[in-house]
Design a protein around this ligand. Structure first.
Ligand code: GLC
Length: 420
């Protein structure tokens, strides 16, 4: 047991660079990623609060003037990663990508504050952090939900963090690949290509990116003209929960919470419009093509974490969740394993991801303690047996992708050491 806790700490420290931490050290992801850094900060908070705050501060150093926090910061420009900083060609102070990722910082910060003694200097820093996070959330509300529906759009599959999920298959099929598109992937040289997205996926990722770049990442223009515009259940659940956590933080620090508070009310009301009463499931919405998306993705259960405070819905979600991986030894697969889009080993099309289990475990804690403990223990056992890999097969537990994966190690620390 102790060995794994030490190993988790060592994994994080081994991936740490100047003020930020790589998702892994095997050259697959040679930069700072947005939501990875959130999870990583939570991991550090168990043994070095200053590293935790530094991780967040460095990420927020790359915040754009309009409020967006990019999904990648390229602190080191000499890498083989594609798309690299020149392919994006943007950034404020730090070279960055021109899109964002799930906003988990408010949630992470609240978790950190709940269990740590904070000194005066750190408190001052935290207040600054909270103001920046508020600006980030306001950016979402202003530019990703211009009609104020309470639900925000993502404009690139990479913004979701679950890049090649089947949720995006239909909207992606509609994206016409740019003529004579040219680029050089590096990811499938580092990891078995069978575990990675396909070339045709990359053709479309790059096509969408190039269009955003052509629009100079102007937030109003990209909302209207991106080739991809989806309201996703999982993403909006993360945002709703983060808004709730942000309101508490604003309250604690005597900052104005009114705007965010009001937005939460609208979200809670309109989330129900994504519920299909007949099928008894939530659906995502392809705004670009005006289509509903029904994919049994584990990310739909992030709603338990956000919590609509609707007992009937929660009960239904838990019932469905219990059927998600009925026959599998390991859980939760990112996609229900009897669904036609399920692929056991291909990235976000089937494998188990530790952050997904973490969101669901947290969401269930106050609703079904027995089940939530089971999720926690199974996840811990899997990591202790297989190591801190990026993702795992639900059939065999086979570890895949990057090893020494930071968020697997960081969330292991939280699952193992969190006393709340
Ligand atoms: C991949 C994942 C994304 C993650 C990044 C770095 O793009 O899909 O969620 O943030 O790698 O680990």
């Amino acid at each position: 047991m102790k060995i794994s806790i030490n190993k988790a700490k060592k994994t994080l420290l081994g991936n740490r660079r100047r003020g930020y931490t790589l998702p892994t050290n095997n050259k697959l992801y040679p930069a700072q990623w947005n939501w990875d850094s959130g999870f990583i900060a939570l991991g550090y908070s168990y043994f070095n609060l200053n590293f935790a705050l530094k991780e967040i501060n460095t990420l927020l150093d790359g915040q754009w003037r309009d409020g967006m926090v990019p999904h990648i910061l390229f602190h080191n420009t000499k890498t083989n990663y594609y798309p690299n900083y020149t392919a994006w060609n943007c950034g404020n102070k730090i070279h960055s990508s021109g899109i964002t990722q799930p906003p988990i910082l408010a949630t992470i910060l609240k978790e950190i504050l709940n269990k740590n003694k904070i000194n005066k200097k750190q408190l001052l820093n935290i207040k600054k952090i909270i103001k920046k996070i508020k600006k980030f959330h306001e950016w979402f509300i202003k530019f990703r939900d211009p009609k104020k529906t309470g639900l925000v759009s993502i404009l690139h599959p990479w913004e979701s963090g679950y890049d090649n999920s089947p949720i995006w298959d239909e909207p992606m099929n509609k994206v016409k690949i740019e003529k004579n598109i040219k680029y050089k992937r590096a990811d499938n040289k580092v990891v078995n290509p069978e575990f990675r997205p396909l070339d045709i996926d990359y053709d479309r990722y790059v096509t969408i990116k190039n269009n955003l770049r052509k629009l100079k990442y102007n937030p109003k223009k990209v909302y209207k003209s991106s080739f991809f515009n989806v309201i996703d259940v999982g993403f909006n659940s993360i945002f709703l929960k983060a808004n709730k956590d942000l309101v508490e933080l604003l309250d604690t620090f005597g900052l104005n919470k009114k705007k965010i508070d009001n937005y939460i009310r609208v979200t809670e009301k309109n989330f129900l419009k994504l519920y299909d009463k007949k099928r008894k499931t939530f659906f995502s919405k392809d705004i670009k093509n005006n289509k509903k998306i029904y994919i049994p993705s584990i990310t739909n259960y992030f709603l338990l974490f956000a919590d609509l405070n609707n007992e009937k819905i929660n009960k239904r979600l838990i019932q469905n969740l219990k059927k998600h991986n009925l026959k599998e030894k390991y859980f939760f697969s990112s996609i229900k394993s009897n669904h036609k889009s399920f692929e056991e080993k291909r990235y976000w099309r089937g494998p188990i991801w530790v952050n997904c289990n973490w969101f669901i475990y947290k969401g269930l804690k106050n609703k079904d303690r027995l089940f939530s403990d089971k999720i926690k223990n199974k996840t811990i056992q899997m990591l202790e047996k297989k190591g801190f890999f990026e993702y795992f097969s639900c059939k065999s537990g086979q570890p895949m992708g990057a090893k020494n994966f930071s968020w697997s190690a960081a969330l292991y620390l939280d699952l193992k050491l969190n006393k709340n």
